[in-house]
Design a protein around this ligand. Structure first.
Ligand SMILES: Nc1ncnc2c1ncn2[C@@H]1O[C@H](COP(=O)(O)OP(=O)(O)OP(=O)(O)O)[C@@H](O)[C@H]1O
Length: 244
């Protein structure tokens, strides 16, 4: 069983709206998979279903061989939400050490996680005094510190400068090379190009599940930004065949 995530016929309603409408997707183990789509297309909702915090109307979500949200997955899945979830009145290091302890890890792992997100020099600062981008990275350190097998990251690089973004992507690939699986949402197309595989959703439906090269080939253009626009347009009601 090489898939970290298997989503079958997933339907999710939020409020009175159908937000995910029959999603079928798999995410292979040991990969970095990008989740892309316009704002409001359902990326966060799909991530919530995968980490097991979203009520679903139909379908199945299997994570590391277990139903999403199973108690046995608690220490095997890490989740970074868009809103930083760290304690403002603790330092960066104290936060990392606290979350490390929850996962049975020690100070060494905690300090390594802080360094990996580029916060070593801010380790003794209170999280409440950090910039927005630094606070997001503190939250990322806490999501990674338990060394989960599956890491689900909702826009982890928002607010980061290009050098930090490149460093974080390098870290994601290092983790994948050790067999971890990463699902990463993004709005930034140069980040899509850094992924092993891409899931593109629009209006709650999956319109691409492939490698960046295959997405480019399907759309008939080199530029991924343009490729996505073409695939999105091709999927609009009343349009056919424009992606080929
Ligand atoms: N609690 C909620 N109640 C009702 N509708 C919701 C709720 N949360 C989200 N939605 C709706 O579900 C749809 C999908 O939202 P979701 O947050 O999954 O999108 P997204 O692709 O992650 O967007 P973004 O890129 O802007 O973060 C949107 O139309 C949104 O308005």
């Amino acid at each position: 069983m090489d898939d970290a995530i298997a989503v079958r016929s997933l339907v999710v309603n939020r409020g009175r709206r159908r937000v995910l409408d029959g999603i079928d997707a798999v995410v292979p183990r040991g990969s970095v998979t990008g989740l892309l789509g316009p704002s409001g297309s359902g990326k966060t909702t799909l991530m919530r279903a995968i980490v097991g915090v979203q009520v679903i109307a139909a379908g199945t979500v299997t994570v590391l061989g277990q139903p999403a949200g199973a108690a046995a997955l608690r220490h095997r899945v890490g989740y970074l939400t868009q809103a930083p979830s760290v304690y403002a009145d603790l330092t960066v290091r104290e936060n990392a050490r606290y979350f490390a302890a929850l996962h049975g890890r020690g100070h060494v792992e905690a300090d390594r996680a802080v360094t990996d997100v580029g916060l070593a020099s801010a380790a003794r600062q209170l999280v409440g005094n950090l910039s927005g981008g630094q606070r997001s990275r503190a939250s990322l350190a806490c999501a990674l510190v338990g060394e989960p097998e599956l890491v689900v990251l909702d826009e982890p690089t928002v607010g980061q400068d290009p050098v930090l973004r490149a460093d974080l992507w390098a870290r994601f690939h290092e983790l994948a090379a050790t067999g971890k699986t990463l699902l990463v949402s993004s709005h930034v197309m140069d980040e899509a190009a850094r992924c092993d595989r891409l899931l593109l959703i629009r209006d709650g439906r999956l319109i691409a599940d492939d490698t960046p090269d295959a997405v480019r080939a399907a759309a008939g253009v080199e530029d991924l930004d343009e490729a996505f626009l073409r695939l999105i347009k091709a999927g609009e009601p009343g349009r056919t065949g424009e992606a080929s």
